[in-house]
Design a protein around this ligand. Structure first.
Ligand code: SF4
Length: 431
């Protein structure tokens, strides 16, 4: 491969991130159109009937929002309601997997994301809750988390969410200023916001609030937003920096955004929060709220992704994404057909590379942990690559563990760890 091709492939890989989660290895840019559904069913069946140590969780995607926000990079359908046809298809998919054996596994967590899941009516939330209880083993489920738009909650919906077992919510606020929301084509009514958050908190539900820095437009609005955020005193705060949807669309200078983010975190630290990563702060000082959002969970778990565009993963075997087109998804699910649209079969080798790339971007690879998760063969493969990273001065070795420090060269690390077959495929993508 030529240097130009490497640059193109690596830059495309680094541009693919979903909600800040670690980039998959191999990147979904290299996955193939699903041709053989029965092979994928077989992998799931084998997984459900075999013992394995990694946690099993379920991700449910609700890809509908009242309007599409101008800054949103997700595949979203603008709808005033979640179509019943879609909810029924989700339930059909749950039943399909139950028949295959999913109920044999203890579900560790359920994440209902979107989109705007609380666009569902109270009756739909109730129906989904019933389907989850009937089709999954939730007896030791640690968390049911739901993303939501604060303006779409009402008492009935909250009650049904609590009955479903929701014990954490992610509330996308982005900006408290309704004019700014409407300028960004965002449907958001904040009238009942404080009551809604208090009601959840009073019922023992953990609350995370997402804000988008750079949306506020002015320094005054930014400070006002921060004070209102402090007034709700959520358990966790996510302060994302706005990203241009296109390379040439610079909304606000990068360094200024970083500066705003740092100021916001020092304000939060003064009132009791602890910064837990680049974009989040927590009252507990740990990643307590979103189990599935924890990078370690994304590295070592099996996730059954249900719904249109949902992504899933059988550890050491498969990564896949369901049909993007929700109508096609509904048709397939209602006919009892597996909804996978693209996939990549993987082995332990790809998992250990995924592990190293993500751990290095987080700062360190602890060898005892790596050896605990992976076989000797996979661990030895990783050690060879890690030692090469040290020889190339991309990482440091201390007391047997591997660290990245200061300005890490992620381009060089990606080139070192990525298998050529994937880079070649990605470099061929037309942009
Ligand atoms: S509410 Fe969230 S998911 Fe929906 S369009 Fe806006 S940013 Fe995208």
């Amino acid at each position: 491969m030529k240097k130009k091709e490497y640059r193109k492939a690596v830059s495309l890989i680094h541009n693919v991130k979903y909600g800040g989660l670690p980039t998959h290895y191999p990147s979904l840019l290299s996955w193939s159109k699903t041709k053989n559904l029965s092979k994928i069913s077989k992998l799931w069946e084998e997984y459900f009937f075999k013992d394995s140590n990694e946690p099993f969780s379920v991700y449910i995607h609700i890809p509908f929002c009242a309007t599409k926000c101008r800054f949103c990079f997700l595949q979203i359908n603008s709808k005033k309601n979640v179509p019943d046809e879609y909810l029924n298809a989700l339930i059909d998919e749950l039943v399909y997997f139950k028949k295959m054996g999913s109920i044999r596994k203890k579900t560790d967590s359920v994440y209902i994301g979107g989109g705007t899941p609380n666009l569902m009516t109270a009756a739909q939330i109730k129906k989904l809750g019933k389907a989850l209880k009937e089709n999954l083993d939730l007896s030791s489920c640690r968390q049911i988390i739901m993303e939501s738009n604060p303006g779409f909650w009402d008492d009935e919906k909250i009650e049904e969410a609590l009955k479903m077992g929701v014990n954490a919510i992610i509330s996308g606020v982005q900006s408290f200023d309704e004019d700014i929301s409407s300028l960004n084509n965002r449907t958001q009514n904040m009238d009942n916001f404080f009551n809604v958050i208090n009601k959840f908190k009073n019922n023992g539900v953990l609350v995370n609030i997402d804000m988008l820095l750079g949306l506020s437009g002015s320094r005054e609005n930014f400070l006002k937003d921060l004070k209102l955020l402090a007034k709700t005193y959520p358990h966790q705060v996510h302060l994302n920096r706005i990203k241009p949807l296109k390379e040439n669309q610079i909304l606000i200078e990068k360094n200024r955004l970083k500066d705003m983010q740092n100021k916001a975190f020092s304000f939060l630290e003064k009132i009791g929060y602890k910064r837990i990563d680049e974009d989040s702060a927590s009252l507990f000082g740990g990643r307590n709220i979103n189990i599935q959002g924890n990078p370690s969970y994304q590295i070592y778990s099996t996730i059954l992704g249900l719904g249109s565009s949902a992504m899933g993963h059988i550890f050491g075997k498969l990564r896949y994404r369901n049909e993007k087109d929700y109508k096609k998804y509904c048709l397939k699910a209602s006919c009892g057909i597996l909804c996978c649209e693209i996939n990549e079969k993987i082995s332990e080798k790809q998992e250990v590379i995924h592990y190293c790339l993500n751990k290095l971007s987080d700062g360190k690879v602890i060898i005892s942990e790596l050896k605990n998760i992976f076989s000797e063969k996979a661990a030895n493969y990783a050690l060879k690559k890690l030692n090469k990273a040290v020889a190339l001065k991309l990482a440091l070795k201390r007391n047997g563990d591997y660290y990245t420090a200061g300005e890490t060269d992620f381009f060089a690390l990606t080139v070192l760890f990525y298998e050529k077959k994937y880079l070649k495929k990605i470099a061929k993508i037309k942009i």
